[in-house]
Design a protein around this ligand. Structure first.
Ligand code: G3P
Length: 215
């Protein structure tokens, strides 16, 4: 499974990219707005730090505008994926852009039916927001399971990019369901590697080594 960072903060991206385990980056208008920088400037910076897919979302809501923006964004770097929301206009834009070889990450997806349409439209990635589904009282992981089954049934090439992740457990469950990608906020990235028994075990090893004058 690929692990993406879900942030537009360039310092966080550089920090975790240095671990060598960041396969891509996703952003959205809210994450860009937090950084108080232009979309173009920040996406170009990110695309230089991370060689994997970097998602940048269009601001337009009409198909014509999304296509024009998508064509512009895609030119900023070779590893850019254009994010478009799962709306009728977003689906129309996705069909046009994907036929031109521009890879689309269909975002703001909350149901298996939306994911089915995204795949039919030719999206490269589909981004179901499981955290927001859970916040609304639904079971986000069930939607991932449904999408995975549907995509397997029809051999869709669209990759499942689990988004809106709130806990390391959701990464585990996504991997168990065969999701292709999880996009993870920086704070959760730390939690993927941290375990108190690892820390205490390492501490004990070093103490014993010191006692035996090995170090
Ligand atoms: O990539 C989508 C993600 O950023 C949304 O996460 O926490 O705003 O639901 P969240």
């Amino acid at each position: 499974m690929k692990l993406f960072l879900d942030t537009a903060n360039i310092d966080d991206i550089k920090k975790y990219a240095s671990w060598g385990l960041v396969d891509g980056v996703t952003t959205n208008p809210s994450l860009i707005a937090k950084e108080k920088v232009s979309l173009e400037k920040r996406i170009k910076e990110i695309a230089k730090v991370v060689k994997g897919p970097v998602s940048a979302e269009v601001f337009s809501t009409d198909a014509k505008g999304m296509v024009a923006e998508g064509r512009k964004i895609a030119k900023w770097a070779k590893n850019i994926y254009v994010k478009a929301p799962c709306t009728p206009d977003g689906l129309q834009a996705t069909q046009i852009l994907s036929k031109e070889g521009i890879r689309v990450n269909m975002t703001l997806v909350f149901s298996a039916n939306q994911a089915l349409l995204a795949a039919k439209a030719g999206a490269a990635f589909v981004s179901p927001f499981i955290g927001r589904l859970n916040d609304a009282g639904h079971e986000g992981m069930e939607v991932i399971e449904e999408i995975a089954e549907i995509y397997n049934n029809y051999n869709f090439k669209t990759e499942i990019l689990v988004a809106s992740i709130r806990s390391p457990r959701q990464v585990t469950e996504s991997a168990m369901l065969g999701a292709d990608i999880c996009t993870v906020p920086a704070a959760i990235y730390d939690k993927l590697v941290k375990h108190p028994l690892t820390d205490s075990g390492l501490k004990k090893f070093l103490e014993d080594a010191k006692k035996a004058k090995l170090i």
